[in-house]
Ligand binder design. Structure first.
Ligand SMILES: NC(=O)c1ccc[n+]([C@@H]2O[C@H](COP(=O)([O-])OP(=O)(O)OC[C@H]3O[C@@H](n4cnc5c(N)ncnc54)[C@H](O)[C@@H]3O)[C@@H](O)[C@H]2O)c1
Length: 261
């Protein structure tokens, strides 16, 4: 049992997710792996894209007991041709996509002063561009299904004016624009699009790279709720947004940050 989360299990079950085709980008590790696991445990048919083959394989092995084994497809989401081909391959294996989780990203730190145009293009490609094109690639499926749900991962990092990653901040702020810019256009077909906004989620990567005593102190001071946000805390909200329970929610920004101020 992780901090405050009892997997034995008193959390919600969503019957509408059973058998539903769910696609997660960047699903091999971190929060994305929790999306894959939690949707799969609801009985969904999950496919996930990533570049981390070892992480993906470990996840698939770990999920040997779910109703439908998750399907892993190696895909660099910055390559839009490869992204479109992988989405077609996922569709062939799990059926027309009903839920898309636009999760892949890299919060790599970078210098504002030293940014080149090529750095800029690379950063936008990994943190924003694929969200737009993956959404474009699943809309026909969702339309044919009579609706669907697109969940776009944002970040509170830019909202609280964190320094050290201005391009990442800019890309993540644009996720709000993507959601607001498409909600009406897609809504007529009952395709919902929402932003899911994590605070500081203590994944293995965050623990390895960034969490130190100062960070722990910052969490104690800034969150209203004690303890570390876990990937599962984000996955619980994603399940709700993927399920019929959220049928009238679109164009919204759902923040899960422990009440960070
Ligand atoms: N962890 C946090 O505190 C936090 C805070 C705010 C927002 N977020 C957002 O939540 C989402 C998940 O965060 P995380 O911490 O698990 O991220 P992470 O960096 O730990 O994992 C992202 C996943 O995406 C994959 N990935 C990276 N580049 C890729 C590419 N080019 N093509 C395909 N896959 C690629 C990685 O291999 C990894 O499995 C991201 O969108 C992130 O921006 C996270």
């Amino acid at each position: 049992m992780r901090e405050g989360i009892d997997n034995t299990d008193n959390t919600a079950h969503y019957p509408s997710l059973a058998g539903r085709a769910v696609l997660v980008t960047g699903g091999a590790t971190g929060i994305g792996a929790s999306f894959v696991e939690q949707f799969a445990r609801q009985g969904a048919r999950v496919a996930f894209l990533d570049i981390d083959d070892a992480g993906a394989q470990a996840l698939v092995e770990q999920l040997h007991d779910v109703p439908h084994a998750p399907v892993y497809l190696h895909c660099d989401a910055t390559d839009i041709d490869a992204l479109q081909a992988s989405i077609a391959a996922a569709r062939a294996q799990i059926g027309p996509i009903s839920v898309l989780v636009n999760n892949a990203a890299n919060d790599v730190r970078h210098s504002f002063a030293k940014t080149t145009p090529a750095d800029f293009e690379r950063n936008i490609a990994v943190n924003l561009r694929h969200q737009y094109f993956a959404t474009q690639a699943v809309v026909a499926d969702m339309r044919a299904n009579g609706g669907g749900s697109v969940i776009c991962l944002g970040s509170t990092g830019w909202m609280i004016k964190n320094a050290g990653y201005p391009m990442y901040a800019m890309a993540k702020s644009a996720v709000h624009g993507l959601v607001n810019g498409l909600a009406r256009e897609l809504g007529g077909d009952r395709i919902r699009i929402n932003a899911l906004i994590p605070g500081w989620v203590i994944t293995e990567k965050q623990r390895r790279l960034w969490l130190d005593e100062e960070g722990e102190e910052q969490i104690r001071r800034s969150q209203c709720l004690p303890g570390h946000l876990q990937p599962e805390d984000l996955a619980r909200m994603a399940l709700f947004l993927g399920a019929d329970d959220s049928r009238m929610c679109t164009g919204q920004h759902f923040i899960v940050d422990g009440g960070w101020v």
